[in-house]
Ligand binder design. Structure first.
Ligand code: NOJ
Length: 539
């Protein structure tokens, strides 16, 4: 029997470098800090790491604004540190996936600086989306697109004499100008970036906003007419032309030994559209954000799971499962919301109703047992193995997310899910940094959740994650086939996979356990019943 490629059932642990572990004491995590704590990740039992950007950056969007893709920001270390990280991962049998940010550069990137210095209509400007404004004096933006972070999607330049000139497009922060992927020099530039990192041994790329690189020809207004014709999404998303880019990249990756992969971060709602990114000559996997965004509801999960598996299977790709990341409320907080329990969009601030932490933790553990028992690949976000909630009472003065500023403080932003990790309950800064400094303050609840407070403690979230990951691997759950069981009643998710019966009790009441099966593990202590908001794996 030939072995399936590693990525088809891999569990991949996301490291958000500024908040993982700080070695030099400045309060920001760094690459030497990652290496120093790598055994924690290895011992958890995952297969690979995805590391969010560590490249040179003015840090206007926490590193998703890259000014040089081939150097490391001094905040995080040096290129030698990055090379040492590749080696340290491989020495432990872990793969390393790095982040690639191709939709936009930082406004401090050499390409954008050259574009600013060049005249309208120049080849330098053609690498981005520069355009004259509408209105008599060009005072209106070229179209009505808005930024994801709030406000206009265009900013107008002013020349050296103070005269207004062209506008440039930025779907995100004003310091993140969108590249023009119709320009061959942009494509070649990224071919070089891919090769630069592949030559250094990385095992793949997580591709940032993979569905936005190509824009609709002519940059039409985003309005109801456009969306009706396009099937719901605006002219900046999921354009058919984007697939040529991934075919080109796939050819490059396939020149290298080992199974190097492309992972799409694409918020494409329709599973069949998302699956187009996963055709055999394109990307390998894509985050399944419908699963992350699902309500705590049995029918909603079942529909999502079935639909995702079917759509991906049609192109021969595995499905991935994800519950938390650095852009969404952690699932402990999200599932503990009192109103709108599942919704991921709205972050919680100090003035909002606070989540129910105990309820959220129960549901989060059960959801993780569901995630890890589904066929395919799974993504974990650093700290979820500790059951960390968001810092939902972070005082506004600490906020750094551009969404907070660009939305005029309407959006709380994502800082609450990016808090530095607690390693040691009794150390300053909970052991995140040797000086005790942390770039964002940690909430009081993190102390009892520190790694050393949970390690070796029976029933702790950390020990449960370790057990689930070991069982998942031993039982081959990632490689199995799912069959639904309908005999457990409403509000219950039940399925068989690789000889394991999984029951997730989403109903509001305890559920009698089948007498003829042996309990392998559960998210809560069990008596004769499976409590509500709990999950069990049975053999
Ligand atoms: C998605 C990233 O995950 C997010 O953190 C970032 O702000 C945007 N893309 C823009 O790069």
């Amino acid at each position: 029997m030939t072995q399936a490629p590693w990525w088809r059932d891999a569990v991949i642990y996301q490291i958000y470098p500024r908040s993982f572990s700080d070695a030099d004491g400045d309060g920001y995590g760094d690459i030497p800090g990652i290496i120093a704590r790598l055994d924690h990740v290895k011992d958890l039992g995952v297969d690979a790491i995805w590391c969010s950007p560590f490249y040179a950056s003015p840090m206007k969007d926490a590193g998703y604004d890259v000014s040089d893709y081939q150097s490391i920001d001094p905040l995080f270390g040096t290129l030698a540190d990055a090379e040492a990280l590749v080696e340290a991962c491989h020495a432990r049998g872990l793969k390393l996936i790095v982040d690639l940010v191709p939709n936009h550069t930082s406004s401090q990137h050499a390409w954008f600086k050259a574009a600013l210095a060049a005249a309208p209509g120049s080849p330098e400007r053609a690498m981005y989306h520069f355009a004259d404004g509408r209105g008599e004096h060009g005072e209106l933006p070229p179209n009505n697109w808005t930024s994801i972070f709030g406000g206009k999607g265009w900013t107008r330049l002013v020349d050296a004499d103070g005269n207004p000139e062209q506008w440039y497009l930025h779907l995100f922060d004003v310091t993140q100008p969108d590249l023009n992927w119709d320009d061959e020099r942009v494509r070649q530039g990224f071919d070089d970036i891919l090769r630069f990192w592949l030559d250094r041994g990385v095992d793949g790329f997580r591709v940032d906003v993979a569905h936005s690189l190509v824009k609709a020809p002519g940059l039409p207004d985003d309005d109801a007419d456009y969306r009706m014709i396009a099937g719901g999404q605006g002219p900046m998303w999921d354009q058919d032309g984007v697939h040529d880019i991934y075919r080109r990249w796939r050819r490059i990756l396939d020149e290298y030994s080992g199974e190097r992969i492309l992972v799409a971060e694409a918020w494409v709602d329709v599973p069949e559209r998302l699956a187009l990114y996963l055709r055999p000559d394109e990307m390998h996997t894509a985050f399944n954000f419908r699963f992350l965004a699902s309500e705590w509801d049995a029918d909603a999960y079942r529909e999502c799971i079935t639909h995702s598996l079917d759509a991906d299977e049609a192109v021969g790709a595995p499905t991935t499962w994800v519950l938390s990341n650095h852009d969404a409320m952690r699932h402990v907080s999200r599932l503990g919301r009192r109103e709108r329990p599942g919704v991921h969009e709205a972050f919680i601030g100090p003035d909002d109703e606070q989540p129910d932490h105990a309820l959220g933790l129960r549901r989060a553990r059960a959801a993780t047992m569901m995630e890890l028992s589904l066929p395919g690949s799974a993504y974990l976000y650093q700290g979820e193995e500790l059951g960390l909630p968001d810092h939902t009472t972070l005082p506004h003065e600490y906020r750094q997310d551009p969404a907070w500023f660009q939305s005029g403080h309407e959006e709380i932003g994502r800082d609450g899910c990016r808090i530095p990790l607690p390693w040691e309950a009794d150390a300053p800064g909970l052991g995140f940094s040797p000086t005790g400094r942390t770039w964002l303050p940690q909430p009081g609840s993190y102390r009892a959740l520190a790694v050393d407070a949970q390690s070796g403690v029976e029933g702790s979230t950390l020990e449960l994650y370790r057990r689930w990951l070991r069982l998942r691997r031993d039982l081959g759950l990632g490689q199995g086939t799912l069959t639904w069981r309908d005999d457990f009643g409403d509000g219950v998710l039940a399925y068989e996979n690789a000889g394991v019966l999984v029951i997730v009790n989403v109903s509001g009441a305890p559920l009698p356990l089948p007498a003829d099966r042996e309990v392998l593990t559960s998210s809560e202590p069990l008596g004769a019943t499976l409590p509500k908001d709990a999950a069990v794996w049975l053999r």
